[in-house]
Design a protein around this ligand. Structure first.
Ligand SMILES: *[C@@H]1O[C@H](CO)[C@@H](O)[C@H](O)[C@H]1NC(C)=O
Ligand SMILES: *[C@@H]1O[C@H](CO)[C@@H](O)[C@H](O)[C@H]1NC(C)=O
Ligand SMILES: *[C@@H]1O[C@H](CO)[C@@H](O)[C@H](O)[C@H]1NC(C)=O
Length: 369
């Protein structure tokens, strides 16, 4: 081949690559600014009206809600090692931070939601109430570094939902370690939903979640030393005016992260039948189950194991009540491998309520997968 032909071939290839890149991002998707917060974690500030979350077919006519219509009480986190709200990202007004390339890591996006009757590869330790309708759930809880292999996942989460296996509407948020989603074994905040289209999806990997905060993204990694937790107080609740489902991090000040629009759902528009909180793990197809919580069984020393506290639900009239004022059930399906210890203490801090539980355990090969 002559050099001329080779040059022409190369030029054509370059043009092809360039046009593919343009089609994929589109001029409106070009980030105005980017924040690289660690090695391979970059957030792009995307125009709020052009964020990928709005690409869902059910959101064709959706009008973005900029602010939740329910004001939640603010919360001063008394722990010293709270890393959650250290702001590393400040997108310009009118733009929102979207994790770059998160699509690349998805290899196994299934998720066994706790409303399922049938979860052969998942285990759970927590509490829930079926006495809905509920307008929301909130809790204060922690996440710990754990060694999780690439075909396993471990979650600490709050959730709301209605339905069961045939048809379910479900939203959860909290911490997860899920190497198949994130490409690393760190603790990340996350959000997950399953709607009337019959599909489930994490984070902003596929459309559905509308990010509103320009400083706090839905997903963010934490570099934790073993045994040193990161704390999160968050709430999933339904907007009184729009019926959208908000995710708010309760702090000082509160941050409305964003919401799952009501158009995505058909069973929870008048509230959710079930609310719950706790740990969930997804076992490896090989049969081994990963650690949950701190990776140790709760011992009775409440500060030594993973914890959920200040668990409150919004009843059908949007009134906030302690979870212990509703009928509750304990969930623990594999006591060989995980523990659940419900405790009550006299309030030892004015921000800490009486009801809490510790949970977690090492997992292993005899958890009943
Ligand atoms: C959007 O609005 C148009 C016109 O009112 C309507 O025909 C269409 O069904 C709507 N799409 C969705 C997804 O709601
Ligand atoms: C994970 O495993 C490594 C190597 O065995 C160990 O050094 C580390 O402490 C473990 N981390 C946790 C959180 O257990
Ligand atoms: C991203 O960085 C983390 C931590 O530096 C590393 O463990 C992980 O393997 C990286 N992921 C990818 C997909 O390169």
């Amino acid at each position: 081949m002559s050099t001329e032909i080779i040059m022409a071939v190369i030029m054509n290839l370059l043009l092809l690559l360039l046009s593919a890149a343009l089609v994929r991002s589109g001029p409106s998707m070009l980030p105005l600014k980017s924040f690289k917060i660690s090695g391979n974690v970059t957030y792009d500030c995307i125009d709020i009206y052009n964020q990928p979350g709005l690409d869902h077919p059910l959101l064709k006519n959706h009008t973005i809600q900029m602010k939740s219509s329910i004001s939640r009480s603010e919360f001063k986190n008394p722990t010293d090692n709270d890393k959650t709200y250290k702001k590393k990202i400040r997108c310009p007004d009118g733009t929102v931070p979207i994790l770059r390339n998160s699509k690349d890591y998805i290899t196994n996006p299934q998720y066994f939601h706790p409303l399922s009757q049938n979860r052969p590869e998942a285990h759970i330790a927590g509490v829930r109430s079926n006495n809905g309708p509920f307008r929301g759930i909130e809790a204060w809880f922690n996440g710990y570094a754990l060694n999780i292999s690439t075909d396993e996942a471990s979650y600490s989460e709050i959730y709301i939902g209605s339905g069961s296996d045939k048809e379910v509407n479900f939203i959860s948020a909290g911490f997860m370690i899920n190497p198949s989603i994130f490409g690393d074994g760190r603790v990340w905040t996350y959000g997950f939903w399953h709607g009337k289209d019959g599909k489930g999806c994490y984070n902003t990997v596929c459309p559905g979640f509308v990010q509103v905060s320009h400083e706090v993204p839905l997903v963010e990694p934490f570099d934790l030393k073993p045994g040193v937790p990161v704390w999160l107080r968050c709430s999933i609740y339904q907007d009184k005016q729009t019926e959208n489902w908000w995710l708010t991090f309760l702090s000082k000040p509160n941050v409305d992260i964003g919401y799952w629009p009501k158009e995505l759902f058909n069973l929870i528009n008048n509230g959710a039948n079930v609310v719950g909180v706790g740990g969930v793990v997804q076992a490896s197809p090989s049969g081994s189950s990963p650690p949950m919580g701190t990776g140790k069984f709760p011992t009775g020393d409440r500060r030594a194991s993973a914890m959920f506290t200040n668990i409150e639900a919004l009843n059908s009239n949007y009134e906030q009540r302690k979870i212990s004022s509703f009928h509750m059930e304990k969930l623990l399906d594999s006591p060989n491998c995980y523990g659940l210890r419900i405790g009550t203490v006299k309030p030892f801090h004015r921000t800490l309520l009486g009801y809490f539980f510790n949970y977690g355990g090492p997992g292993g090969n005899s958890c009943g997968v």
